[in-house]
Design a protein around this ligand. Structure first.
Ligand SMILES: [Zn+2]
Length: 358
């Protein structure tokens, strides 16, 4: 169809062009052997077309690089920069790996409940966010004040974070830190390692933090090794202090020295009370939720850490009415501020007591 219409069009044009003064040469020379010249012209036109096609295709083949670069440019201006070439996000999630034996570190000793908060405060941090977008969406749709702790360089941060902010969900950086099992267990992109110099460690931490806007604080992803090093913790905490961020120790090891290190720098600090789902079993998760509520009732506050798993989502969903009735579900920063206020009050009372005449 297109061929026949294409042929008829040039014919009309040619007949119309013949009387035009431009075509002096062809008409002058065409008189001795018009057929031969027509054929020569057709051959020349075909040749020209072939050459033009060749040049065009070569240009097109060489072009892809610049358009790709210009397409990347606006992405770089987005809040979350792409990872450096050396640190590509893994396709598989780098979720916490809990060894079955021994179980994770026990919660710290219960602190007495002073002053009484009624009902007690509970924060539930959902760790390892950024790799499972549909699951993050479902946790958001629970419409409860959870806190999301997001891994650096995670593939879906750009979509999950704005949705979380729209729901008023507090965002923390889930900071990958060296575990005891390293390198057999990899903490993932952006990890802080014991082998890093202070400059390297701080640069990596700053890069991780710079990927996010409106961070409230940080907790550790893995980190059973680094959490026992006061030197590395002080390097980390000095940056968090400068940026006005709090730190919550996930307590992935009982040997953690995060608390004294944070105290030394007067960094707002709290500890995980209950791991909600280190066994991915509905019965176990229910029992841990009960433990979390009981602990909050004893202390006045409690911090639970959960993960974006199906069983956790289902149990949490079933617990929403009970949580609303028995505790005040709040963001992690609210619990941190509460703990800081208690400690400041205790210190002030101690200082006042010390100042009193003996
Ligand atoms: Zn984690």
């Amino acid at each position: 169809m297109s061929k026949s219409s294409g042929k008829s069009a040039p014919r009309k044009k040619r007949s119309a062009a013949k009387p035009a003064p431009r075509k002096k040469r062809p008409t002058g020379k065409a008189s001795p052997a018009p057929q031969l010249y027509k054929a020569a012209v057709v051959v020349l036109v075909l040749l020209a077309l072939v050459i033009a096609a060749g040049v065009l295709s070569r240009q097109l083949l060489h072009r892809p690089a610049p358009p790709a670069r210009s397409a990347v440019a606006p992405v770089q201006r987005m809040p979350v920069p792409p990872p450096p070439p050396s640190v590509q996000p893994p396709e598989k999630p780098v979720y916490e790996v809990f060894p079955k034996t021994p179980p994770p570190a026990e919660p710290p000793p219960v602190t007495p409940r002073v002053p009484r908060v009624s009902p007690p405060l509970v924060a539930i941090i959902v760790d390892d966010i950024g790799y499972d977008r549909p699951m993050a969406r479902r946790f958001l749709d629970l419409n409860i004040p959870l806190t999301f702790s997001v891994l650096p360089y995670a593939p879906f941060n750009r979509t999950i974070l704005p949705a979380a902010r729209d729901k008023g969900i507090e965002i923390m950086l889930h900071l990958p830190m060296e575990p005891d099992e390293y390198p057999a267990v990899q903490p993932g992109p952006g990890a802080l390692l014991g082998s890093m110099t202070p400059d390297q460690l701080i640069a990596q931490l700053e890069t991780n933090l710079d990927q996010f806007h409106h961070l409230a604080g940080v907790n550790n992803h893995m980190g059973s090794k680094l959490s026992t090093s006061p030197e590395h913790l002080r390097q980390i905490f000095s940056i968090l202090k400068k940026r006005d961020l709090f730190y919550i120790d996930s307590r992935t090891t009982a040997k953690t020295v995060a608390k004294p290190s944070a105290r030394l720098l007067q960094l707002p600090f709290a500890e995980r009370d209950i791991f909600i789902d280190h066994l991915d079993d509905p019965g176990f998760i229910q029992a841990q939720m009960e433990r979390l509520i009981q602990r909050a009732e004893k202390q006045g506050h409690a911090i639970g850490i959960a993960h974006p798993h199906e069983n956790t989502y289902q149990v949490l969903k079933s617990f929403v009415p009970q949580l609303r009735e028995q505790v005040t579900l709040v963001s992690a920063s609210t619990v941190v501020n509460h703990i800081m206020a208690i400690e400041a009050a205790a210190e002030a009372a101690q200082a006042h007591g010390a100042a009193l005449p003996r």
